[in-house]
Ligand binder design. Structure first.
Ligand SMILES: C[S@@+](CC[C@H](N)C(=O)[O-])C[C@H]1O[C@@H](n2cnc3c(N)ncnc32)[C@H](O)[C@@H]1O
Length: 256
């Protein structure tokens, strides 16, 4: 994932977002730092499906600037660890939430096998070409039977799409087969619950406005905006949609 547009979207804008939150106040941090869906109902569905509770060691793979993990810590008392490859996003997450952040690629997670109680991976799969490698590595670090919560952008058909740079959307069928082939049972899935409350959307928009005011002339800002417009067009035309998925690491069958 080295395309300039993705670096702009996931690294430059991440740092600017943290600056804007610091300017506006900490109440803006979680809504602005949920960059996969910015939807508290979706996070609640994933948290309940994964049965998160106080003390759960939750690894957020491709955590961005940490909004979902911070939300899960605040609402469910989990102990999150963030993993994110983009350096400015890692620094932004540490600045905004003070959570532990591992700067690494999800295809090579520097954690012991079976050391994690639950994994979230939100809005990440479509940005990774080798999705099986990412899922296999998540499988390795999870303890047997443990939950994986995914927010996945899926394509309606396997035909090639005019996708934003670096994005490759699996179909629902392909996603199910990827999970199965990497050792996960697909427990349940649903569409994205609608209705983002104004308390979130207004804050996220205000942060975006401060970022735009400071960086509209910047090439990275234009590149990130082009990525977002391209995604919005595909969602509006129904060619892609979001799925929430609860999967579980398949228990190893007992030897007789
Ligand atoms: C759409 S953002 C979602 C961020 C965050 N999960 C959220 O919901 O707010 C996608 C994130 O995936 C990260 N990413 C892309 N490729 C990755 C990889 N190979 N391993 C881990 N993270 C990756 C990007 O850097 C970016 O932060």
């Amino acid at each position: 994932m080295t395309e300039p547009a993705m670096t702009a979207e996931f690294d430059d804008v991440a740092g600017w977002t943290a600056d804007a939150v610091e300017q506006l106040g900490e109440g803006y941090a979680i809504p602005a730092a949920c960059r996969g869906s910015a939807n508290p109902a979706a996070l609640a569905w994933l948290a309940e499906a994964c049965e998160l509770r106080a003390g759960t060691r939750l690894l957020d793979v491709g955590a961005g600037i940490g909004g979902p993990a911070a939300w899960a810590a605040e609402r469910f008392g989990v102990r999150p660890v963030l993993l994110e490859p983009m350096p400015a996003a890692c620094r932004a997450a540490a600045r905004l939430f003070g959570l532990p952040v591992i700067a690494a690629d999800g295809r090579r997670i520097p954690l012991r096998a079976g050391s994690v109680d639950a994994v979230w991976c939100l809005g990440v799969l479509d940005t990774v070409a080798d999705k099986a490698a990412l899922l296999r590595e998540i499988h390795r670090v999870l303890r047997p039977g443990a939950p994986l919560g995914l927010l996945a952008v899926v394509a309606r058909s396997p035909r090639a799409l005019p996708a934003p740079e670096g994005n490759l959307f699996p179909t629902r069928r392909r996603l199910a087969s990827l999970l199965d082939g990497t050792g996960f049972d697909l427990v349940e899935q649903t569409g994205l619950p609608g209705g983002v409350p104004l308390s979130w959307s207004r804050r996220a928009e205000q942060v975006a406005a401060v970022v735009a005011a400071g960086h509209a002339a910047d090439r990275a800002h234009a590149l990130a905006a082009r990525q977002a417009e391209s995604l919005t067009r595909l969602f509006a035309s129904g060619q892609i949609s979001m799925r929430l998925v609860h999967a579980a690491k398949r228990p190893v069958p007992c030897a007789r």
